[in-house]
Design a protein around this ligand. Structure first.
Ligand code: FES
Length: 569
């Protein structure tokens, strides 16, 4: 990190530093800055607002509030743009763009004169991208989320994106809802700006980042459209101004122990499977390796305590009213690394003690009377997933947690879409739907296609869940018995490529195993027969991504963005 502050920080190379400063000041004066301003430390604010991102629809108000806090703290705010990624507006999938956004954020921070930076994000990929970039840039950084949207109401029932979007869509496919009804429901599901109002990836990451210490205590759950969200923004600005004067670096906060706290919160929240990939990717930027065995150990020790959809019944606004993250931290207290330093400069334990007293609430369950037993998120291993596969038993059907079934295989997304509703498809409710070639490489960025639809002919018979298995991801808001992130993926020669319709697959969640009933020799012989596909005629970022993206167990980061791993969790 540079020892120069404010305008003197990171001067452009002309071979004459005094001239570089002279020129910079000359230009910034054109924006109306006086000499007093030019002597102050600078806090950058990453603006991730976009007309294509309703989850960040309160961005302008948040920026105004953070600026107020920064000015109150005696520093100068400097807003700069970055990419914005919304789940429904980033084709082929937002995950393809996460690493590009991380690079844009890293280089924007590294190249411009800021003494601290506020990372404003919210929608699923934005917070991971911001933290990956900031971790690599090595500048004091504080995270601010846009906050969850409020719950909607449809025909007397509280509803929320996107768990209920999927529930209603499944009902429409099984002809329980008419075309008019599904359209009408679509007007009620997203009633305000802000991130999905359930325990999807955005909410999971917000809780994890607060637990990790990169966000002000108590700041992860305030809804997007409330005055409290703006007060959080103002306080974030004020703290960023202090960080500009007295630096605390991301690497000092995001230690292996802090990641352990974050993983425990993800598990206890019944959080999104995507959070596992993102936390591994962020840790990887700091040279911290997190193994599948570690994730399983933490999952095995941590019960599901938060009663929010999809694992539970409530919404994020309910969790906020119940006290936000703090009651959960208190329930997990004996498992947490309380000495971890947070963005305030105080330890997590000190912040927990300084927080408000808890009050009666029914969202965060007691540790000894959990919503669900430990194992809400697990990593499976076996001859079908030598490097792991992820599953969320908390949102699965109990009778499928130990299941053998006949594989019904789809070779890719086009094949899935062409045949899933074919009346002649040979499929029964006990079969296992398998989707190949939807991973980081094969799927053009690992789309959220792992929530395979129930074949329409079975849905009409009342089938609401089947075991589904793929190298894709799924939305954190989804539910069902779904095995994801199979690694290595089919497109790079993983055993998934060898599965054929009619093979028998064995899933045993208690044993954390996923196996294809074939010998290793047979799997190897089939893989040797798989025709090598010609690389696509791509260019630019798509080519860089395809050639360097890592598999899910390493966070799907670009391999060259990860430094040497020097620590582990
Ligand atoms: Fe943005 Fe769900 S689509 S958080």
């Amino acid at each position: 990190m540079s020892d120069q502050k404010g305008m003197r920080n990171r001067l452009v190379e002309y071979g004459d530093k005094d001239f570089a400063l002279f020129l910079r000041k000359a230009f910034i004066r054109a924006a109306g800055y006086g000499d007093e301003s030019l002597e102050r430390p600078i806090v950058g604010i990453v603006d991730t607002g976009s007309a294509f991102n309703p989850c960040h629809g309160n961005m302008d108000n948040l920026i105004e509030a953070t600026k107020r806090g920064i000015l109150l703290g005696g520093a100068i705010p400097a807003v700069f743009p970055s990419m914005s990624i919304h789940e429904s507006f980033a084709a082929p999938t937002s995950m393809f763009l996460r690493n590009l956004m991380a690079m844009a954020v890293e280089e924007s921070i590294r190249s411009q004169p800021m003494d601290a930076v506020i990372l404003i994000g919210g929608c699923d990929k934005t917070v991971p991208a911001l933290l990956m970039g900031a971790a690599s840039a090595g500048v004091p950084a504080i995270c601010l989320v846009t906050g969850p949207m409020q719950a909607g109401s449809w025909r007397g029932t509280r509803v929320g994106a996107c768990t209920d979007c999927r529930r209603f869509w499944a009902q429409y496919r099984s002809e329980k809802l008419s075309k008019d009804e599904i359209e009408d429901a679509g007007r009620a599901l997203v009633p305000t700006v802000g991130t999905c109002g359930v325990m999807g990836t955005a909410s999971t990451m917000a809780l994890a980042v607060e637990a990790m210490g990169m966000m002000l205590p108590g700041s992860s759950t305030a809804p997007a459209v409330t005055a409290e969200r703006l007060r959080v923004a103002e306080a974030t600005g004020a703290r960023a101004a202090e960080l500009a004067l007295n630096p605390l670096l991301p690497e000092q906060i995001m230690t292996p122990e802090a990641f352990e706290n974050a993983f425990r919160v993800v598990m206890a929240a019944g959080g999104s499977t995507n959070a596992l990939i993102h936390l591994v990717a962020i840790a990887g930027r700091l040279g911290i390796e997190i193994s599948n065995d570690t994730i399983n150990r933490l999952g095995t020790e941590t019960p599901v305590l938060v009663d929010v959809k999809p694992a539970g019944a409530n919404f994020m606004e309910d969790m906020h009213r119940a006290g936000g993250l703090l009651p959960l931290l208190h329930e997990l207290s004996s498992q947490l690394n309380r000495d971890c330093v947070t963005i305030t400069g105080r330890s997590l334990g000190e912040e927990m003690e300084a927080g408000p007293d808890s009050w009666p609430q029914n969202i965060v369950r007691p540790f000894n009377a959990p919503l669900q037993p430990p194992g809400g998120l697990v990593v499976l291993k076996g001859n079908l997933a030598p490097n792991g596969a992820v599953m969320k038993p908390a949102a699965a059907s109990a009778h499928f947690l130990r299941h053998s079934g006949r594989a019904v295989v789809f070779d890719g997304l086009a094949d899935l879409s062409a045949r899933i509703d074919d009346p002649d498809l040979d499929v029964e409710a006990d079969d296992i739907l398998v989707l190949k070639n939807a991973g980081p490489v094969g799927g053009g960025g690992m789309p959220e296609a792992g929530y395979l639809p129930i074949p329409r002919k079975l849905a009409r018979q009342g089938v609401t869940d089947m075991v589904r298995l793929s190298d894709a991801r799924m939305s954190g808001t989804a539910f069902g018995t779904i095995v994801l992130h199979v690694a290595p993926e089919a497109a790079v020669g993983g055993p998934l490529a060898a599965v054929r319709s009619g093979d028998v697959i064995e899933l045993d969640v208690a044993a954390r195993s996923l196996n294809l009933q074939l010998s290793q020799e047979e799997i190897a012989a089939r893989l040797a027969e798989c025709p090598a596909s010609a690389p696509p005629n791509d260019r630019g970022y798509a080519r860089l991504f395809r050639e360097t993206v890592t598999q899910a167990d390493l966070g799907c980061d670009l391999d060259f963005a990860r430094p040497e791993m020097t620590r582990s969790l």
